[in-house]
Design a protein around this ligand. Structure first.
Ligand code: ADP
Length: 467
């Protein structure tokens, strides 16, 4: 079975968040189970492009409205990723030092059109086209209704929703950018008053998956305007929990760590990583260390942090370390706390892959007060590295973390509020005082299996129902 994944991100090539982690690992694990899965993504101006060699395997030109666009499809030379990867190279639109910005509509439309122009000339068509998020959401519509792509009409399509908050809206003025189709189908592109790429995908695709079962249920009540559509299409929707790539996220082999460790060497291993963090960020190693890693946006509950941190640091003898970037006002709020709580609090505002791994390996608790969390990978990485998660009871967090009071291994609060998160931090702080129980849970959580095996198979089972 040949599966072609369409995505804007893929680790280690270009990563903004969890989408990259999933698209960088799911195809590899599918291939281990016998499929031939590959990925097509935009060619960005980043370190990966500079540090690797590529070969042009297809060249053509296409149209974005009335503008002619020359493009190439590149393949990666000396590929050790575990799956084939192809890139759409359109220098003036895609080769930028960012993944997302103000010009996403034109860029991702051009990406989808060029990729389909390439696919239609395959001798043997893919068995499945698997689209990820709204950036690739017009592919199913175009495959079915654009005259150019009619040869792909019978290829089954899957959409995985990693995040339904972002939907790829654009104005009808740009309808002409979509390769010619019969206007009687235009309603499939609409939602409310604009073209909505995610809604179009949900309507046109053969099957929809979300990255956790609970998120699928939550979307019927809260999907940034698409609730009724998802309820209406629920017969073709299901939730498949993401896995984690244990070649990358495994403290026994993780080259980013200061010291690697296994369940047997957890105490010395975690201590070395915590020491490095505390030395580096001016914190006291003897205090429980609470951390956060992620985008500083409302979805993650990050706007609550300045107040949560201020209150918790005054009430409890703890340290807090944050790694993230996002909204300016949240960043400023977090920066301005530094002088008040020097020695107990620090924040690195930015993106740093290596630091994130050391935090998973060295912090005692990981905070995730998300308001929306389709799956959440951070809590699964934390578990694998022996860091106890403190999470809001939603989405994938609900599916993966059980509170200690219910014979579980984490701290679960019922809403993303300052009061509830502060309370959870207090509970965790007193839990930390009982070091034998704390260490027992830490070792236990490392044994929880969230590797891709079962989930990669679940996708394959779904593909098999369509072929
Ligand atoms: P989302 O995709 O909504 O941002 P996920 O939990 O699915 O959230 O995935 C987040 C991924 O991005 C994790 O691999 C996390 O470690 C990583 N990440 C987020 N922010 C940063 C950052 N500032 N530095 C390094 N890694 C980060």
């Amino acid at each position: 079975m040949n599966v072609l994944h369409f995505s804007a991100e893929c680790y280690p090539i270009a990563k903004v968040g969890g989408l990259a982690d999933v698209v960088g690992s799911l195809p590899k694990y599918q291939n281990k189970l016998g499929t031939k899965s590959s990925v097509i993504m935009p060619f960005y101006d980043n370190d990966f492009a500079r540090e690797n060699s590529f070969e042009s395997i297809f060249e053509s030109s296409t149209k974005l409205g009335s503008t002619s666009i020359d493009f190439k499809i590149l393949s990666l030379k000396n590929n050790t990723l575990g799956f084939d990867i192809f890139f759409v190279d359109i220098p003036e639109l895609l080769f930028k030092d960012y993944v997302y910005s103000f010009d996403d509509t034109d860029r991702f439309l051009a990406f989808q059109i060029a990729a389909l122009d390439w696919v239609i000339q395959f001798e043997s068509k893919p068995s499945i086209i698997h689209c990820h998020d709204h950036h690739t959401g017009l592919v199913p519509f175009m495959m079915y209704y654009s005259h150019n792509y009619k040869v792909l009409q019978n290829v089954p399509t899957i959409l995985t929703i990693h995040n339904a908050q972002y939907q790829g809206w654009f104005s009808h003025d740009k309808l002409g950018f979509i390769p010619e189709f019969d206007m009687k189908h235009v309603g499939l592109l609409d939602w409310d008053t604009s073209v909505n790429s995610l809604a179009a995908a949900i309507k046109c695709v053969w099957r929809v998956t979300t990255v956790s079962p609970s998120y699928m249920e939550e979307l019927k009540r809260n999907a940034n305007g698409l609730e009724s559509l998802l309820s209406h299409e629920s017969a073709k929707c299901s939730g498949i929990l993401n896995g984690i790539d244990s070649d990358v996220w495994n403290p026994e082999v993780d080259d980013y760590l200061i010291k690697k460790f296994s369940q047997k060497t957890i105490v010395s291993g975690r201590k070395a990583n915590k020491k490095w963090l505390c030395d580096h960020f001016g914190l006291n190693i003897n205090k429980p260390l609470f951390a956060f890693i992620g985008r500083l946006v409302g979805e993650k509950g990050a706007d609550l942090f300045p107040e949560i941190f201020d209150i918790s640091l005054q009430k409890n003898d703890i340290s807090i370390l944050l790694l993230g970037s996002g909204h300016d006002d949240i960043e400023h709020g977090l920066e301005s706390l530094k002088s008040k709580h020097e020695g107990n609090y620090n924040a690195y505002i930015g993106y740093d892959e290596k630091l994130s791994h050391i935090i998973y390996a060295g912090a005692d608790f990981l905070l995730m007060p998300s308001r929306v969390e389709p799956c959440g990978l951070n809590q699964m990485y934390a578990l694998k590295y022996g860091t106890i998660p403190i999470v809001n009871n939603i989405g994938g967090l609900k599916d993966t973390v059980v509170d200690v009071s219910e014979k579980g291994f984490g701290f679960v609060h019922q809403e993303a509020s300052v009061e509830q998160v502060c309370h959870a931090i207090e509970r965790a702080t007193s839990f930390y005082q009982n070091q034998s129980e704390f260490k027992k849970i830490r070792t236990l959580i490392m044994q929880i299996d969230h590797s891709w095996g079962a989930s990669a198979q679940a996708y394959i089972d779904l593909y098999n129902t369509l072929n």
